[in-house]
Design a protein around this ligand. Structure first.
Ligand code: ADP
Length: 484
């Protein structure tokens, strides 16, 4: 049973190995053959029906006229004198009439050369054509087909039988020829249609062949190849355009990844070089000189901390890129988060004035750790890019549907041309100015992380900044109704 099923499956699936154009052509051919076959059968049956029906009509009419006329004494007198003319009046051309008496003897015959009544009776066809009327018999005599009909009648007190016959073979040779032509025409039609369909499909699928060629040539090392967009406006054009757009995105993503890896390596090289330099210095003079030893250890510690921070940011972005960064959103009270971050930074930074203006309550939906990180990034930037003695303010207030969190500083500000770039990865504004703020500068990753967090929490970020005046970041955080 199972081997039978698998054989059947294999047979069914076999055409799937063929080219689509071959499969479509065969499908068309099958449909056309079935349609033309049906049309041929219908027309042949129709023609047969017309021929038999015609014969039947002629017989019926002849029988009706004959029965009618026989009752007419004038006609019978006339028929006795001029039988030939009377016959012509009663019978339609092709119909033969015999009159048999009670003994079965032929007393009247319109065609003496026609097959005898006995012969006709002996050759009835038992399985008549389905379209024939039950009233009539069909006789097959060698190559002849004959319609046969007997009608009993009474005339002057005596019983007679009228035997009507009509040959229907006369139309058959012409009919056979027509049949032959129809079949030949249908076969030629099928061939022509198949050829046209095959060429049409081949032509329609040609761009697909080119696509396959181009797609094969695309490598990770070279994503520049693009499909040629066919001039038509069909699915092929759409496929090529969509595929090219997909390649654009992949290429762009790949370039971003490459840039990210090379920037990250570059960023890591500096602290590693510094650490190695201090380690060399320590190994040479550190053991004898306490001051050098202290300076070296401090520098290595600072660099290691920077490096750790950088690696953590890189890992965050890598997880974010791969959708692996876990974001556990729960209802949070924003003022608590703001207060928490504010207090910690106030303790660690004594060189600036950090002020918490308004800190209104409001429930938001977010990941606690990540949301604190978001607030910290903006506050730390404010601290980093504001010279000693400057002020950083936090103002969090409720608005309809949003909490508006503003973090402002009166630091070095950001030039208009840099403002749209600062959210890009590794982008840092002119380091000499940054250093003027008394900070070594950051990694250029903080704001890209902030952007990712904001996007994941439907937070809108806007900024206002002026060189040497300061910067204000405004976060619009959607609120939820109340604590769940
Ligand atoms: P970084 O680690 O360098 O601070 P960010 O992505 O957080 O990286 O910031 C990108 C750049 O935007 C910074 O290098 C800095 O030049 C500029 N920037 C960010 N915040 C401020 C600010 N408050 N004032 C002035 N410049 C800023």
């Amino acid at each position: 049973m199972s081997s039978k099923t698998s054989l059947w499956k294999r047979i069914i699936n076999y055409p799937k190995q063929w080219e689509i154009s071959t499969r479509l052509t065969l499908m068309y051919a099958a449909v056309i053959t079935i349609l033309l076959g049906c049309a041929c059968v219908a027309s042949v049956v129709g023609m047969y029906y017309v021929i038999y029906h015609q014969a039947e009509m002629e017989m019926t009419i002849s029988v009706e006229i004959a029965l009618d006329k026989i009752q007419d004494p004038n006609f019978m007198t006339q028929a006795a004198q001029k039988p030939h003319e009377a016959t012509e009046e009663v019978l339609l051309p092709g119909v033969v009439l015999r009159v048999l008496n009670e003994d079965g003897k032929v007393v009247y015959d319109t065609d003496k050369h026609f097959a005898s009544v006995e012969l006709l009776r002996d050759n009835f066809v038992m399985d008549k054509m389905f379209w024939m009327s039950d009233k009539y018999q069909l006789v097959r005599l060698k190559h002849f087909m004959i319609y046969y009909h007997e009608v009993p009648m009474e005339f002057k007190g005596r019983n007679y039988t009228l035997v009507f016959s009509r040959v229907i073979t006369a139309e058959r040779p012409m009919f056979a020829k027509v049949q032959e032509r129809i079949v030949l025409g249908a076969a030629l039609g099928i061939l022509l249609v198949v050829l046209i369909v095959y060429l049409g499909i081949k032509r329609a699928f040609r761009p697909l062949r080119d696509f396959i060629g181009t797609a094969k040539s695309i490598e990770v090392s070279d994503l520049s190849a693009r499909l040629e967009v066919p001039p038509s406006h069909d699915e092929m054009t759409e496929l090529a355009t969509t595929f090219n757009r997909m390649l654009d995105r992949i290429e762009e993503g790949f370039k971003v990844q490459q840039r990210f890896v090379s920037d990250a390596s570059h960023e890591l090289r500096t602290p590693v070089t510094v650490i190695k330099g201090y380690a060399d210095m320590l190994s040479r003079w550190g053991s004898s000189d306490a001051e050098t030893l202290e300076e070296g250890i401090q520098a290595i510690k600072t660099e290691a901390e920077d490096m750790q921070e950088l690696i953590e940011k890189l890992l965050f972005l890598a997880r974010a890129d791969q959708n692996r960064q876990i974001v556990n959103k729960v209802p949070l009270e924003l003022s608590e988060l703001v207060e928490d971050v504010y207090k910690k930074l106030k303790v660690t930074d004594t060189r600036h004035t950090i002020e918490l203006l308004r800190n209104e309550e409001g429930y938001i939906l977010g990941d606690k750790v990540i949301m604190k990180e978001l607030i910290r990034i903006f506050l730390e930037n404010g601290i980093k890019y504001t010279p000693e003695g400057g002020t950083i303010t936090i103002d969090s207030h409720a608005m309809p549907r949003y909490m508006c969190l503003e973090i402002a500083d009166n630091g070095i500000g950001i030039a208009p041309e840099d403002q749209e770039k600062i959210f890009q990865r590794f982008y840092r504004v002119d380091s000499s100015r940054t250093k003027a703020a008394g900070q070594p500068g950051g990694t250029g990753l903080g704001l890209s992380i902030a952007q990712w967090i904001a996007d994941n929490h439907d937070i809108g970020i806007s900024m206002e900044s002026e060189l040497d005046k300061g910067t204000k970041f405004i976060l619009m955080i959607p609120v939820i109704e109340e604590e769940v």
